[in-house]
Design a protein around this ligand. Structure first.
Ligand code: PLP
Length: 311
């Protein structure tokens, strides 16, 4: 058996200003915590490169929005920032990065909030730091094959039924993980969810992006980056948001859905994007090739470079 990945835990605790270090190999929660018994809580997953968390403000803002949707009162952002700094520096003391690791010096930083046991006056909140899995790095390079799966909600459900928490990042990811296992059983790597009214939504842990390149007669080209519209019951991706800002500054045109499955097949390139795996180029959808490999490669390199500049 391989040894477990080194994990550092820091709980947010009013009596410890920088957070309270805890042993990840020891029990830390009551088994009756509603995070464990009901998936009642919220989380964020972030990437730290060279010891700095990328897009930390966007993640803290989304965590606050998710907590608000669940009526959870969580500590302020300064407290989270201090606990993140403690957890990252402790991880780097325990597992010093290789000299000259550069962009390979990556860590996953998770922020987790559970509602606590029945009647608890405050939620349990912690920061968890661990290494990036080899699978995420591989898929950035090789790309992925995806299948389309029905999510069972129409694209207006989020607005009509806010209690479904469709735009919040809750701990209830059992459905998302089941969709991924379903894809793996079909020989695919990932999933793009489709609404019951036929709209492209998102991946179980990622945002969908597609690109079109139009060449003008004078040899110049117009590049357009498109994502499903944000009010269709999807999680607003911090990576998509940051990449759109960078792409716009670099001259790309931006677009928001509605998108249908055929739009994915007609695109010059499609990606699933998220904070840790970053841009994963989509090679096949339901067995059909997507875009043109040479264009996909070129656009992926360009977008990766833009994304690398994001702090
Ligand atoms: N959509 C879902 C359902 C997700 O779980 C995630 C990330 O985990 C994303 C989109 C992408 O979000 P981000 O780019 O902020 O990581």
């Amino acid at each position: 058996m391989t040894s477990p990945a080194p994990v550092v835990l820091v709980f947010l605790d009013p009596t410890f200003p920088g957070g309270r270090l805890a042993d990840a190999s020891q029990p830390q929660l009551m088994v009756t915590d509603q995070g464990a018994t009901r998936g009642d809580g919220v989380f964020e997953t972030m990437l730290a490169v060279g010891g700095n968390v990328r897009k930390v403000q966007a993640h803290l803002d989304r965590l606050a929005g998710s907590a608000d949707a669940l009526d959870l009162v969580i500590p302020g952002q300064d407290e989270w920032r201090r606990a993140i700094a403690t957890a990252l520096s402790e991880h780097r003391v325990q597992n010093p990065p290789e000299a000259g690791a550069g962009d390979r010096d990556e860590l996953v930083v998770k922020l987790v909030v559970t509602r606590g046991v029945e009647g608890a006056t405050a939620p349990n909140c912690w920061v968890q730091v661990s290494p990036v899995g080899a699978g995420a790095r591989r898929q950035r390079e090789t790309g992925i094959d995806v299948i389309l799966l029905d999510r069972g909600y129409d694209s207006d459900a989020a607005e009509r039924a806010p209690w479904l928490l469709l735009g919040a990042k809750t701990l209830s990811y059992a459905v998302n993980m089941a969709a991924l296992r379903h894809a793996h059983k079909q020989g695919a790597d990932d999933v793009i969810f489709i609404s019951s009214d036929g709209r492209v939504l998102e991946g179980p842990t990622s945002t969908v992006l597609l690109a079109h390149v139009e060449k003008a007669d004078d040899g110049t080209s117009v590049k357009r980056l498109i994502t499903p519209q944000l009010d269709s019951g999807i999680l607003p991706g911090t990576s998509q948001g940051a990449l759109f800002t960078a792409a716009k500054a670099a001259g790309w045109e931006l677009g928001y859905g509605p998108l249908e499955p055929q739009d994915l097949l007609d695109a010059d390139a499609v990606w699933l994007i998220s904070s840790v795996r970053l841009l994963a180029p989509v090679n096949h959808i339901d067995g059909k090739q997507v875009g043109t490999p040479s264009v996909q490669k070129e656009l992926t390199a360009e977008l990766n470079e833009l994304f690398a500049g994001i702090q």
